[in-house]
Design a protein around this ligand. Sequence first.
Ligand code: ZN
Length: 477
Amino acid sequence: MASAGSGRPGRPRPLVVLGLDSATPEHLFGQCLPRMPNVQKLLAHGVHSVLTSADPPISIPSWPVMLTGVDPGTLGLYGFRHRKDFSYTETYGPTSKLPVPSVWELFSAAGRRVCTIGMPPGYPPLHLNGISISDFLTPAGATDWTYPPSLATELESRFGRYRFDVTFRATERRQLYRDIVQMTQQRWAIAEELYQREPWDVFAIHEIGVDRLHHAYTKYFDPSHRAFVPGNPLEHVVEEYYAIVDECIGRLLAHVPEDAVVVLASDHGSMAMSGCFCINAWLAEHGYLRFKTTPKGPTPFEKCDVDWAHTTVWGAGGYYARLFYNIAGREAQGIVLPADVPALREKLTRELSALTGPDGAPMPVRFLDPVTTYESVVGDPPDLMAYFGELKWRSAGSLGHPSLYLEENDTGPDDAVHSYDGVFAVSDPRSPTGSAIAAQAIRDVAPTLLAIGGLPIPRHIQGRRIVADVPCLTGPA
Ligand SMILES: [Zn+2]
């Protein structure tokens, strides 16, 4: 690391946040750690733990939960896609405009110099007291992806076209790996360059490549995946990629002052996908969903000719099923009377609870009611959330498949789903030792970051500051 203090009299200790999307404790703290000397150095001073993700454990809402300290219902974020005004088909995506401020905005408002790269949701880029680069959810073709705006052109003239993400649900895996590595190395080279511009109080970078690696290669490296073949040429791709991320971390940290606190976190973990369960086909089989014309061949739900006048429930696909009731007075062609919702819900959960997998064995289904799960609920919450097979089965919204169960994802090849277990580490060079602590909750990260930075914790934050035997985590909040 660079020299101690780096001429920062009277200023708080620098804070660096490294966000590795989907990094798992099994890999980061275990299997890949021998090839990660820089992460080993971080873990040698401070504490590290499993970070238990949000419900649902998806990048959105998990990153904003981590970075605001409030739950998904309070943020009105239930996944990547949201319904526009109770429309059956029109959707919108999450943006950086949240109902509560992120830690970056709080640090910035307190006069701290802040630089964030790719922290979700990051588009449009936040107008910080410093620099902000938007995230992997940046719309294709957007030119307004940096703050200040002129930075985009400057960076692209030096580093080439900026890669927010890769097309990871692709069949060709060799080129994809090169794309992931190139994207990662470009982002961290930019980070290294930006870090050297001034003595940042807060500096944060998010890497989506880790998540893409897990999605695209789990079947090659994870023996628990049904399609894993021992000895395949990509068997060690996970160690190889994590080692590349470690090199990037090492190069960035070489510029960071010696007294900086470094926080490393992921928003969720990753695990082998078992398959997809076709929720809408099941709803149709059980009389909840009707079509005017039966879908022939795989058809996205949005393209199906739904008979809304005879439909009571439909679902959206993704890592879990968002179930919606077709409510009279709310949906354009709603038929379910609000008074009939409890009976409908009882029948639906009872029938879905009897679900079996393709092998005939019971498939566990977990239901979450947003109203009772979250401290408050805004936006377009599903009427009911359903997790299949402990999240190892995705929910497919499309119809017209030969079976209720698909081996592959209906939106493109994908080997992985998300687990609750992400990673968390606070590396404090003033701590002589490094140790593992009990699992921490994701919404406790925001107040912890504020406490490390010496800022008060606003009352609206639902999480609680993590306290541990590390100098930066024991001082006055
Ligand atoms: Zn994620």
